[in-house]
Design a binder for this molecule. Sequence first.
Ligand code: CTP
Ligand code: CA
Length: 245
Amino acid sequence: RVLRGRPLDLAGRRVVVSAGGTREALDPVRYLGNRSSGLQGYALARTAAARGAEVTLVAANVALPDPAGATVVRVESAAELREAVLAASGEADVVVMAAAVADFRPAARHDAKIKKSDGEPEPIRLAKNPDILAELGERRRAGASGSGGPAGSAGAAGPGGSAGPAVIVGFAAETHDVLANGQAKLARKRCDLLVVNQVGEGRAFGTPDNAATVLVAGGEPVEVPLGPKEDLADAVWDLVAARLA
Ligand code: CTP
Ligand code: CA
């Protein structure tokens, strides 16, 4: 069976996709956040379901309707996103971290609303958030101990296996030295694929189109020209399916 021209090449596969952008609370009414719309992550979830996958979508502050065929877990902060992704990834074949995770959070969350006072405002102190993508890669490396496989191998992992997801996909937004920064990030975070977007220069958030270079561990980069976010999603799933095969 083929749905809207797509192969069912992810049938029987469990995939986890994170989407949107985290919000880090400063007080009960304010947060630090980012401009991620969630459109790319939702396109990934929708297309994976259309290709037969069992999809868990971890959505951080996304104002979009639930994609057909996906189980949606809604989260707000990086800490909540981490919990949801790690819980779902234990059984997953593939994890795609499309969410924009805040690198920092306010070091303290005020219980009461911060009030204006007569003096100068206090500076906001920040604390570092855990890197979820790096943690997934590190867990897989540790869990696969003894197998000796490189980070890029889709070898021993599988559903319920302790070795972690067979394929881990990261995203990166870079403003300069896009490919060099991307290659370093791919290696540092031990992921199999890294979808690198160039940001800035008038490229808008929340648009339906995207262009990217997909860096492949142990392989040649794949250029995906500007087009609908579903096309980039399908290009990612093509590469994922090839690594799962
Ligand atoms: N990511 C994550 N946890 C974080 C920060 C990022 O899991 N605390 C994931 C994102 O979901 C994305 C990838 O890491 O898939 C790359 O995010 P990016 O912000 O480009 O990389 P950083 O390592 O945070 O580096 P920098 O922001 O300094 O470029
Ligand atoms: Ca970051």
